[in-house]
Unconditional design. Structure first.
Length: 80
């Protein structure tokens, strides 16, 4: 079973080029076309959090280094 992952996208660095969306094997990224960053550009977001497998395709292909990928176990534990 592939690892579960999570991505953080720095929307101010994102120019909405769509490369990460096209590179994602599980189709869990999308462009947010209902909002823009401060430069007036659409930005990518993780639309299906449960489907990310931490493959890193998106972060490798992003020309603006806007994406950081985490494996689920890398995330800070929630306090209960
Ligand atoms: S790490 Fe892989 S599965 Fe996760 S959003 Fe990026 S391309 Fe998709
Ligand atoms: S590849 Fe990078 S710049 Fe292009 S849409 Fe994805 S996050 Fe934004």
């Amino acid at each position: 079973m592939p690892a579960k992952g999570y991505v953080e996208i720095d929307i101010e660095r994102c120019k909405g080029c769509d490369l990460c969306v096209l590179s994602c094997p599980t189709d869990c990224l999308a462009l947010n076309i209902s909002d823009t960053n401060s430069y007036g550009l659409y930005y990518a977001y993780l639309k299906e959090e449960d489907d990310c497998i931490a493959c890193m395709n998106c972060s490798v292909i992003c020309p603006d280094a806007a994406i950081t990928v985490y494996k689920k176990e890398d995330q800070p534990k929630q306090r209960s």
